[in-house]
Design a protein around this ligand. Structure first.
Ligand code: GRF
Length: 186
């Protein structure tokens, strides 16, 4: 059984979907650590409730990306982490982590990449007057939302959609798809 770490910065609904699937045995893995860069993030209370060990590492406490990631790297090594799942981690992953984990870091993005990379992807698709958007799960490389794609699922943008209703459907697909991909991979 692989030791995984989940990285998240905010709400943590994807974290929770994955953690519950691990607890039920649907995903064959052990969540050794939640890595969170925001001390106040809601994901930390979800992790507490689900008894997942939490490592909060605020980038403000470090002079640069390399120093921040070195500290994270040593926590990952201490916890025996073999695979990293990014789930709403709002920082670019740099060389320090990539050199050790490249090919073993997966990410979820709420658009059909390469369309709408970066922040606010659901809102960008909603405002762009396109008929479809989607969800992409991909391995990461040194770019922003680039790297080999594992799977994509298309979502229709309906004439009656509001940003909120579209966001809700995107998140539903994310939770189901991320669990399925991790189940297959791990
Ligand atoms: C998700 O839409 C994910 O695709 C993106 O950030 C969001 C995180 O949501 N990378 P949550 O924190 O898992 O609720």
């Amino acid at each position: 059984m692989k030791n995984i770490a989940i990285f998240a910065s905010g709400n943590g609904s994807n974290f929770e979907a994955i953690a519950k699937a691990v607890k039920s045995g649907e995903i064959n893995a052990n969540i050794s650590l939640l890595v969170c860069d925001k001390p106040e993030a809601k994901v930390t209370s979800r992790a507490g409730r689900l008894s997942v060990p939490i490592f909060v590492c605020d980038s403000k406490d470090y002079p640069n990306r390399a120093a921040h990631e070195s500290r994270i790297l040593s926590a990952l090594e201490d916890a025996g982490v073999e695979f990293i799942v990014l789930a709403g981690y709002m920082r670019i992953v740099g060389k320090t982590l990539l050199d050790t984990f490249e090919g073993r870091i997966i990410n979820i993005h709420p658009s059909m990449l390469p369309d709408f990379p970066g922040l606010d992807a659901i809102e960008k698709a909603f405002s762009a007057d396109v008929k479809q958007t989607g969800v992409t799960i991909h391995y990461i490389d040194s770019g922003v939302d680039t790297g080999p794609i594992v799977v994509q699922e298309m979502i229709d943008i309906l004439p009656e959609d509001t940003l909120e209703s579209l966001e809700a459907r995107v998140h539903e697909v994310e939770h189901r798809l991320y669990v399925k991909v991790l189940k297959d991979l791990l």
